[in-house]
Design a protein around this ligand. Structure first.
Ligand code: AKB
Length: 323
């Protein structure tokens, strides 16, 4: 086993990211490497990622559903904290329900059990607005309300939240979670989500000057720019344990918009940009989700505050993707 050396003397924590090559995982790894040190943040995924991720610190090929392999990496690097970012998202999960359930649930049980057995001390696990369903109040959806998700992904996220809550109360596991809205970023493409249109549209606006949207023009969904999502993730993990009152997952909000509104905001910079609509199976998923989220508890408990609205997001996306 690797000697911990100065790290343990200085009581610094070692961090493992599972699913580090995905849309959130990539940016989270880079941000954590800036916050801590490159050597303290171990990136892992079932495939290799971009150069920025691979070259800036340790990387391991690791399947989050393989408990033995995971346990070995945790022991080797003397991991304290795990961020479980590996998951199958809403649109892909509808096509492969059992694969989605197995990946989303087995990976979660693996990290929960590592913490239960005191092999790691804390976990971040992302939930989603997908925990809500057609019977949930759509506007300003509260923290505690009717959920009844109607998608495979949403069912796995709601179950995951119940298990996190259970492991915390039964075994004292320090697992913290956020219900992410749709995330908009320029460094890594999302994959297999219903909110992915809000990233694709910027790429297509710049490359083709037009975009065919797979959701209807008036589909209003909660969204967030990636910088806000990363800040929230790091804030919830850094806050004192006594501030965490929700052990299922926290509602989190920044903005809500429709495809028509995002297209209009792009037109401010690219006046010739055109959008057409060709809704597919993802429309039903989107229709089952809230229009906007009430994140009073995250604000009150650990000081959450969003910084990016639609205009700021559009400016950042177009500026960075232009290069
Ligand atoms: C998806 O669209 O599946 C995700 C999510 C809202 O969790 N972006």
């Amino acid at each position: 086993m690797k000697a911990k050396g100065f790290n343990s003397i200085l009581m610094q924590k070692n961090i493992l990211i599972l699913g580090a090559c995905g849309q959130i995982g990539t940016e989270l790894t880079l941000a954590l490497r800036q916050e801590y040190s490159n050597d303290q943040v171990i990136a892992s995924d079932i495939r290799e990622g971009g150069e920025n991720l691979m070259d800036s610190g340790p990387f391991e090929i690791l399947d989050a559903t393989d408990y033995d392999a995971l346990e070995e990496i945790v022991a080797y690097y003397e991991i304290d904290e795990v961020y479980l970012m590996a998951a199958m998202l809403s649109a892909t999960a509808e096509k492969f329900p059992m694969r989605a359930w197995n990946l989303n649930m087995n990976s979660l049980f693996n990290v929960l059990n590592l913490a239960k057995d005191k092999k790691i001390s804390s976990i971040f696990w992302p939930s989603s607005i997908a925990v809500f369903g057609p019977n949930t109040p759509k506007m300003n959806t509260p923290q505690h309300t009717i959920m009844e998700p109607s998608t495979v992904y949403g069912i796995s996220k709601q179950s995951g939240e119940r298990w996190c809550n259970y492991y915390h109360h039964k075994y004292g596991v320090d697992v913290r979670s956020i219900r992410y809205p749709g995330l908009i970023s320029w460094k890594t493409m999302p994959g297999g989500g219903t909110t992915d249109y809000a990233v694709e549209i910027y790429h297509k606006a710049l490359s083709d000057g037009e975009y065919t949207c797979f959701l209807k023009e008036d589909t209003n969904l909660p969204m967030m720019f990636m910088d806000d999502a990363i800040r929230a993730t790091m804030a919830i993990m850094k806050t004192d344990i006594t501030n965490i009152k929700e052990r299922s997952s926290y509602n989190l909000a920044a903005m809500s918009f429709t495809p028509d509104q995002i297209a209009r905001s792009i037109k401010q910079s690219i006046p010739d940009f055109t959008i057409t609509y060709n809704p597919d199976f993802r429309q039903r998923i989107a229709d089952s989700w809230p229009n906007s989220i009430d994140d009073t508890e995250a604000k009150a408990d650990w000081g959450w505050k969003a910084e990016f609205d639609l205009e700021k997001t559009t400016n950042e996306m177009l500026r960075n993707l232009k290069h």
